[in-house]
Design a protein around this ligand. Sequence first.
Ligand SMILES: Cc1cc2nc3c(=O)[nH]c(=O)nc-3n(C[C@H](O)[C@H](O)[C@H](O)COP(=O)(O)OP(=O)(O)OC[C@H]3O[C@@H](n4cnc5c(N)ncnc54)[C@H](O)[C@@H]3O)c2cc1C
Ligand code: FES
Length: 288
Amino acid sequence: MYKIVTKTCLCSKIKSMEILAPHVAKNALAGQFVILKINKNGERIPLTIAGTKPNNGLVKIVFQEIGKTTTLLGSLKEGEFIEDFLGPLGKPTKIQKYGKVVAVAGGLGIAEIIPVISEFKKKKNFITTIIGAKSKEFIILKSELLKNSDSIFFTTNDGSYGIKGSVIDVLKKNIDINEIDVVYTVGPILMMKAVSDLTLKQNIKTIVSLNPIMIDGTGMCGSCRININNKIKFACIDGPEFDANSINWLEVISRLDTFKSQEKVSFDIIKKECKCQKNQKYKKEILE
Ligand SMILES: Cc1cc2nc3c(=O)[nH]c(=O)nc-3n(C[C@H](O)[C@H](O)[C@H](O)COP(=O)(O)OP(=O)(O)OC[C@H]3O[C@@H](n4cnc5c(N)ncnc54)[C@H](O)[C@@H]3O)c2cc1C
Ligand code: FES
């Protein structure tokens, strides 16, 4: 069992937790993730390791409540426990000196990119970070972004913070005026595809951190399989990072919808029964 030591609400649906998991905290590197299970019969979900405090045995996760498991996780309190917390999983980011690195992150990718840019910065790369969010509320972890970037642009869809528009407009302008050595992107799949469509035309090396559906995290179940240069790879053991040039995007996008109808059924049940989380008896029942 793994204790939730701290819990913070970053905005209405995004929460951050520090979990006591000394083995993971000691061994985790930027770009890796954990697979957790809330209770004995719960589903396993992958979440990026958003930071660690190895001396305290703590691992930080940041998640958005979008379905059954993330909503249940968000209902847990400091001091409560989760059943399984497996990691670190996946290949860490290759950290090296590229020169000028542009990091493009949207949605939950904002939390996921922080450990990566922090390591790139330690290698004396010049980091330009481009952040995209729906609105001001979803610009999370701003001080950590600022600390780890040499130059930073914020964009929001509604213009409530930073530049009104998308990360792609800002990236285009950066490409026009700067020599860029590598682009690293993480976030919603359509955003990552748009980034790679743009950068590949300009021959800029682009690394994407993919987030396909995962179950076991060991390369056995096949749910996270990706077609890379016409070879089957598994994001859980060969990734989650891949060279954008090698990805069959249409396949990656369509596979994300594999369990959409079942996910909707589970989430509808949770929403209906919880309305929401005030019914502690119900929460206890579903967690047991
Ligand atoms: C390597 C990796 C790292 C990830 N890191 C994070 C993270 O740090 N924080 C975070 O909030 N989420 C992260 N995710 C996504 C996270 O695993 C899913 O949001 C979670 O599994 C949803 O579970 P659920 O039961 O709450 O929702 P579900 O009911 O399973 O899904 C709800 C909705 O989310 C969509 N969805 C499910 N899985 C994914 C996915 N992998 N990518 C995109 N959409 C998905 C479904 O199609 C559905 O529309 C990561 C995924 C991977 C593969
Ligand atoms: S999650 Fe099962 S093969 Fe990758």
